[in-house]
Ligand binder design. Structure first.
Ligand code: FAD
Length: 316
């Protein structure tokens, strides 16, 4: 562990595993550190990842870890607490005190979905019958009575989007959004019922959501709930190195600023997956991880070429 790794990958979801696979197969010395909190773990299955349809998120990760280990990557279950530049390398310290150094770092730490925690039941049912992404789980709740609880303006878009999956839609404005006349007209045209007033809690019976309870006590029967979480990028390590974050539109959260190939404003540091692109699904995160891996290989090659030509000219 004392020699610097070629690459330290922090975060072992789709992005980090995909990058590690590419880097290990490029015969680089790679260490992946992952704290095991992939964002989709509460869900029963991964959808929309062709060839892996319905696989449990934990199984997908376990398969990925076995695959990267098969090519010689080292994988540690743990949490990187701090990251700092030290000359030509980066030093990381894990929660258990382990210190590692690496010449390049890829951060794929994902994001935290900040849920409207003042509504009782949302966190408890998250990823089961409380959802946010129709492309992930819309098919599974097709034709059901769905309630969209607004936490901001994005709920108006969610309300029309979910008409692709059901005709039985209710938008709860929840004191968080006031649809203007044109929004009300569009929602009416798409058959979406609007219920005004604050939402207090979900009604949960026999381990299922059966309704949405308003602050005035009214209960509206619904079996699926849609919310718009705030996306909090796990960007602390990157920010400690000086990488910038930027706000998403409509108060949806923030993300780390990175190029399409994962390069950040800090030399030697890449970011990929949901920490940089919060809207990306598993297949996108995997693709971004791979793009970052390719970019790192190109960077290592360029450096090696530069060093080799210098040596060659000195000796010839
Ligand atoms: C409920 C739910 C269901 C979803 N269902 C689907 C679906 O069906 N299909 C789909 O395509 N997408 C789905 N998504 C989206 C999917 O979860 C993300 O697109 C995907 O997880 C992003 O991958 P990632 O690698 O960027 O981050 P993640 O998968 O979140 O992985 C990040 C990893 O980094 C680790 N980490 C964080 N900080 C540190 C640290 N300091 N040190 C070490 N490790 C660290 C975390 O523990 C975690 O394991 C769903 C999302 C949610 C919330």
């Amino acid at each position: 562990m004392n020699d610097p790794y070629d690459v330290l990958v922090i975060g072992g979801g789709a992005a980090g595993l995909s990058a590690t696979l590419l880097l290990a197969r490029a015969r680089l010395r790679v260490l992946l550190v992952d704290s095991g909190q992939q964002r989709n773990l509460p869900a029963a299955g991964v959808h929309g990842f062709v060839g892996n349809e319905g696989t449990s998120p934990a199984d997908l990760v376990a398969r990925g870890i076995a695959e990267v280990r098969g090519y010689g990557a080292e994988v540690i279950e743990g949490r990187v607490e701090s990251l700092a530049r030290d000359g030509d390398t980066f030093g990381a310290r894990l929660a258990d005190g382990t210190a590692v150094t690496a010449r390049r770092v890829l951060v794929t730490t994902g994001l935290v979905d900040e849920l409207p925690d003042h509504i009782t039941g949302i966190a408890e049912r998250w990823g089961r019958d409380v959802l946010h992404c129709p492309f992930c789980h819309g098919w599974e709740v097709r034709d059901q009575p769905i309630g969209i609880i607004a936490t901001g303006a994005a709920a108006l878009h969610q309300a029309t989007l979910f008409t692709m999956w059901t005709d039985d839609l209710t938008l709860f404005t929840n004191d968080a959004v006031v649809p203007d006349e044109s929004a009300r007209e569009l929602l009416a045209a798409r058959g979406v019922t609007i219920v005004d007033g604050a939402v207090e809690s979900l009604v949960i019976e026999d381990d299922r959501v059966t309704g949405i309870r308003l602050a005035d006590g009214t209960i509206v029967p619904r079996t699926t709930v849609v919310v718009g979480p705030r996306f909090h990028a796990r960007s602390e390590l990157l920010q400690s190195l000086g990488v910038q974050t930027a706000e998403l539109p409509m108060g949806m959260g923030e993300h780390v600023v990175a190029e399409a190939d994962g390069r950040t404003s800090v030399q030697g540091v890449w970011a990929a997956g949901n920490v940089a692109i919060p809207m990306g699904q598993v297949i996108n995160a995997a693709a971004q991880g791979q793009a970052a891996g390719l970019s790192i290989v190109a960077d290592i090659l360029e450096e090696a070429n530069h060093v080799a030509i210098g040596e060659y000219r000195r000796t010839n």
